[in-house]
Design a protein around this ligand. Structure first.
Ligand code: ATP
Length: 501
């Protein structure tokens, strides 16, 4: 097991032990691709979600010309008229091509497979692996073929001619030629609306929150006095029947997205695309992904989504997860969707969706820049980033969350449960509890309480001790350094306010 893999195992164990994330339906043996957030995970997710909403809708950013951006929020239905998904391209031509393995019976997304191809000898088989997980292929190369992985180069399977598939060894088999040619597969969950389960009652769980925004473009225009350029934002659940859900909550079948559709004049699209790429990168850095694990990548033309073939393309904000290292996994995509969606919905619904510009007396379809982030993936990236080992501490590790997203902001303890310390600490807790996420704890030794708070990622702990009885000061212990200093008990609230700014 590699060091990187090991730390992922530790992260998963910690998340379970401390109530961040549990497998869904665990007492029934779980259900593949679904996860539940526990008390600490829910609070962490809500904090990230609320910061995004605040920084996007309540207090939108300042634009490239110093203007305050115009942004409104919506919360649309998960199930919509099934025609929506025909118009959007999710039913019909635009499905993800899948590759089956005849031997292992596993199914993979064509664009998620890569092969290791020998640099010079064409007669040596190619070894397929799932993007970001080359280890099993390396093992086959070394053990079974006595070759060195350095002699191979990784190529996306999509770039390998179909006639070469016979020479490819699948990710979960040792045999050549077991992978089928790619076939279309629809990732949307199907359901029935109403009592009768026939074809007319078929509906789908939304695979992205974006379409709900386009459907309400006209209603927002008519009711909210917005003018292009403006944005509509939404946070909500999306569902994809992923063929190989994996890597913990990174690729699950039910997850949450935070999406903005930014409507602008077509000739301004490039300016806004550049603006949003920069702004979204800065946002992730500000909530805690400061280090070298954050990566920015522009898509090659061949990877562009069907709506982004023309225009500025797509920009990915990626994170180096322990399971993807040394590679990266996508956290957010900023796409120039052109006017594809509005045109499609106008054509399919026959509703007039063009924008009328009152200044120029012109009618046109605005172009759309879409920053689309995964909230669940963001939670995972921030958990991985926060996880820090420290052999000196009793807990051997701590979670270095930005204080603004930490599920618990402060622990409040009496050093010991005597001499009235518990009463003073409890009074402090009572004063703070409605304003800050504070936790009062008197059980066990203070060292054990600090250790628990380190695992929860609590940035500050305030302890009432015998000196408090004399000079009304408490100790504040900083999670990241374990250093302690004294602050006046009356100043604890303003201390927290300053550190959360
Ligand atoms: P991928 O290539 O990883 O499947 P995508 O390019 O299809 O992702 P988008 O359709 O752009 O993803 O969705 C926007 C965001 O939604 C992604 O950047 C990601 O953070 C999140 N997301 C997409 N699919 C999943 C999933 N199965 N589980 C968790 N988050 C997801």
């Amino acid at each position: 097991m590699s060091e990187l893999q090991k730390s992922m195992d530790e992260i998963v164990a910690l998340c379970k032990r401390r109530g961040f994330i549990y497998p869904a339906s665990e007492i029934y043996g779980g259900i593949n691709g679904f996860w539940d957030f526990g008390p600490l995970g829910t609070q962490l997710k809500n904090n990230i979600r609320d910061l995004w909403w605040r920084d996007t809708v309540l207090c939108p950013p300042i634009g490239p010309e110093g203007e305050i951006l115009s942004m409104v929020g919506v919360d649309t239905s998960i199930i919509q008229n099934p025609r929506v998904w025909e118009a959007s391209g999710h039913v019909g031509g635009f499905n993800d091509p899948m590759v089956d393995c005849r031997e292992s019976k596993n199914r993979y997304r064509h664009d998620h497979l890569q092969v290791l191809r020998h640099r010079s000898d064409e007669s040596i088989p190619m070894f397929a692996f799932l993007e970001g997980e080359p280890e099993p292929a390396y093992r086959k190369i070394k053990k079974q073929h006595k070759l060195s992985p350095e002699e191979f180069t990784a190529v996306p399977l999509t770039e390998i001619p179909l006639s070469y598939l016979e020479r490819v060894i699948g990710p979960d088999t040792d045999k050549k030629g077991t992978l089928t040619e790619p076939r279309q597969f629809n990732l949307m969950f199907k359901t029935y609306v109403g009592a009768v389960q026939d074809e007319d009652a078929v509906a789908y769980l939304r695979p992205e929150t974006a379409q709900g925004i386009f459907l309400n473009f006209k209603s927002v225009l008519d009711t909210m006095r917005v003018k292009v350029p403006f944005g509509i934002a939404q946070i909500g659940r999306a569902f994809r029947n992923e063929v190989t859900p994996r890597n913990y909550i990174f690729r699950s079948r039910e997850f949450e997205q935070m999406e903005i559709e930014w409507f602008c004049q077509p000739d301004q699209a490039k300016k806004w695309y550049d603006f949003w790429c920069e702004h979204r990168k800065n946002w992730w850095q500000a909530v805690g992904l400061k280090g070298a694990n954050l990566n920015l990548r522009s898509h090659g033309k061949e990877e562009l989504a069907h709506y982004a073939k023309e225009g500025c393309g797509t920009f990915d904000i990626e994170y180096r997860f322990p399971f993807s290292a040394p590679g990266f996994g996508e956290l957010e995509g900023v796409a120039h969707r052109t006017d594809f969606d509005l045109r499609q919905h106008q054509q399919y619904s026959r509703a007039k969706l063009e924008y009328f510009d009152p200044d120029n007396q012109e009618r046109y379809f605005p172009h759309v820049i879409e920053p689309s982030a995964g909230l669940s993936r963001g939670v995972l990236a921030l958990i991985c980033e926060a996880f820090t080992t420290d052999p000196e501490r009793p807990s051997k590790m701590f979670m270095k969350f930005n204080p603004r997203i930490a599920p618990i902001t402060a622990g409040i303890f009496p050093l010991v449960n005597k001499e009235g310390m518990a009463e003073i600490a409890e009074k402090l807790y009572q004063e703070l509890r409605c304003r800050y996420a504070v936790q009062f704890d008197v059980k066990q030794t203070v060292g054990k309480r600090y250790a628990r708070m380190d695992e929860a990622g609590t940035p500050f702990c305030f302890t009432v001790d015998s000196q408090t009885l004399q000079d009304q000061t408490v100790t504040v212990r900083y999670r990241d350094t374990t250093q302690q200093e004294r602050v006046n008990i009356d100043k604890v609230a303003s201390f927290l306010q300053d550190h959360l700014a």
